[in-house]
Design a protein around this ligand. Sequence first.
Ligand SMILES: *[C@@H]1O[C@H](CO)[C@@H](O)[C@H](O)[C@H]1NC(C)=O
Ligand SMILES: *[C@@H]1O[C@H](CO)[C@@H](O)[C@H](O)[C@H]1NC(C)=O
Ligand SMILES: *[C@@H]1O[C@H](CO)[C@@H](O)[C@H](O)[C@H]1NC(C)=O
Length: 683
Amino acid sequence: MTLRLVVVILVFGCVSCKSSYKICVPQQHLKACEDMLQVETKSKAVLECVAARDRMECLSYVQQRQADFVPVDPEDMYVASKIPNQDFVVFQEYRTDEEPDAEFRYEAVIVVHKDLNISNLDQLQGLKSCHTGVNRNVGYKIPLTMLMKRSVFPKMNDHTISPKENELKALSTFFKKSCIVGNWSPDPKTNSAWKSQYNQLCALCEDPQKCDYPDNYSGYEGALRCLAHNGGEVAFTKVIYVRKFFGLPVGTTPASQSSENPDDFSYLCVDGSKRAIREKACSWAARPWQGLMGHNDVLAKLTPLKEKLKQLAESGAALKPQPEWFVKVLGLSDKIHYVADNIPIKPADYLMKANYTDVIERGHGPPEPVVRLCVTSNVALAKCRAMSVFAFSRDIRPKLDCVQEASEDTCLKSVQDNGADLAAAEDMNVAGAAKKYNLHPVFHEVYGEKKMPNYAVAVVKKGSQYTKMEDLRGKRSCHNSFESFSGLHAPLFHLINKGLIKNDQCVKNLGEFFAGGSCLPGVDKAEHNPLGTDVMNLKKQCTSDTDHSPLSCIEGNRGDIAFVSSADLSNYDSSKYELLCLNRDAGGRDSLDKFDTCNIAMAPSRTWLSAKDFLSDVSIAHTPLSLAQLLSDRTDLFNIYGEFLKNNNIIFNNAAKGLATTETLDFEKFKTIHDVLSNCGVA
Ligand SMILES: *[C@@H]1O[C@H](CO)[C@@H](O)[C@H](O)[C@H]1NC(C)=O
Ligand SMILES: *[C@@H]1O[C@H](CO)[C@@H](O)[C@H](O)[C@H]1NC(C)=O
Ligand SMILES: *[C@@H]1O[C@H](CO)[C@@H](O)[C@H](O)[C@H]1NC(C)=O
């Protein structure tokens, strides 16, 4: 009986296990994945699409057998190799048609003039160097990784400046002149300050003032032009471009015409020897190919899957333009779609083989700096740790460290006491926290398509005649909740500031100003009204049902004005409603989409604060800002604003679209508002 059951399970289990495979896709590409399932192939292996939040979540899905495999970059393999108890295997490499037999995607090489008098890498000191661009693999990360192991290379562990500035300073000390174009800091002000301070790093560029793309002496080929024609003595680039530059054959591509003479140059090997350009290159590290990674059980049924994938890749590559599933689901491209027959290998070994682990893990010398983010729950701690290893794998430094405290307040206190570097506050707490714990804002969330802070706005019906707040005396109002900036703090401050109400019992005065009655949800909660003041007028327009939203209030004609956040405006019909421009002295009105110029005040976004006079702001903000910048159009890699383990608003609000330095926030105004409202017992 039992035996028969086992046999049945084995037989049926194997019928499906033989031919069915679950590919994990980021939610946003599920549709494309389902399109892929419709593609006819000779192989009868069956694929199934399993959607996860993003590639990071796919890694856990594969590990937990909710999916079988996922397309990944080498950096994702690194993240995977760090998951406890993982059994991932890289079972399929994706290569280019041009170089189907190349072991690596690109090999980092050093090219010098043949006659350069050099016999070891230490003698690169004082030379003029040519690079692809900042933060790039072969032209920046790999040279730094290798050079910093040598004692002649300047130390990069000065903790009074950021890790990135340490790199720039060391490079500009080590080399005489260079060309390293690109964005050196995600903060534009820091970027231009560094460009002038370390201007030798731009001196060899076509346009040293700009020192940015496009520059004739940047990029893989540009670095070689810089070497051959702009006074460069050493270039850091990759093999395939060296061969193309000198007209030598590359993989399946035959030799071509070139005015450059390969016999005038040499490769410089790690041991200091030189090798002719016509020979096989000597490299010091390589970036491995992208590929597919699965759990260990997939190995038992690999052949039909590989067959299936090969056929899909071929059929997708043949279509012009290439279908979305080809690019977004399988991770292939016009250039990279050759499905190689490599032997399955553990991700850590795969990276090691290329010396790429060193490149990913490159540091700045002990003690390695960290930036400590304070979080208030176990879920947030897990998310912070996931962000930390992801950012680290993508070369973002300093490393993010995570500190857990019981509450937002204890986190802020911990920053004050130097137990953490960053803690978040929201709404009016931002100004309050700054004052109470002597902190200052460093960066904040931005929202919406335009990636801006939110604004407190006043919505009125299109037919009405109001142009300023005075016009609404005696009328009716609808509000976002009592705790909110848009519903209470902004309109209240406006009324006090314009002298329309007195700043003694200001909530009560608000109720008297809108004598027709209001709906301010939460106004009657005991904690908001400790003196038991009569606030009935501020509840008068709330209906008995549970929907106390300002939208239902103004739509139900229970109010003449609604105080809401620009984030809510997408729910309002622009043919029926307009904004009142209370930020302008003359008042006036404008359409709903003009909230950034027609509003009551900018709202304090969720903001991260740091202690005064510690590290410079940009250094502390560098990691979160770089992470946000990297992910701004790659939410498929890691959607840090998405739900995490089924929880919303963990570390960041789900509504956030990015992070920005806090210069754009009118922080002084928030402090003024906070002070004025504290005086009358609100905020
Ligand atoms: C090459 O450099 C070495 C030591 O740096 C020096 O002794 C030698 O004279 C140099 N050779 C030439 C040809 O410049
Ligand atoms: C780039 O530099 C090379 C070599 O200096 C030169 O021949 C070429 O005309 C330049 N191209 C442009 C677009 O300036
Ligand atoms: C890795 O480093 C060693 C020595 O440091 C070097 O010989 C080897 O070529 C490197 N591997 C690659 C793929 O560049």
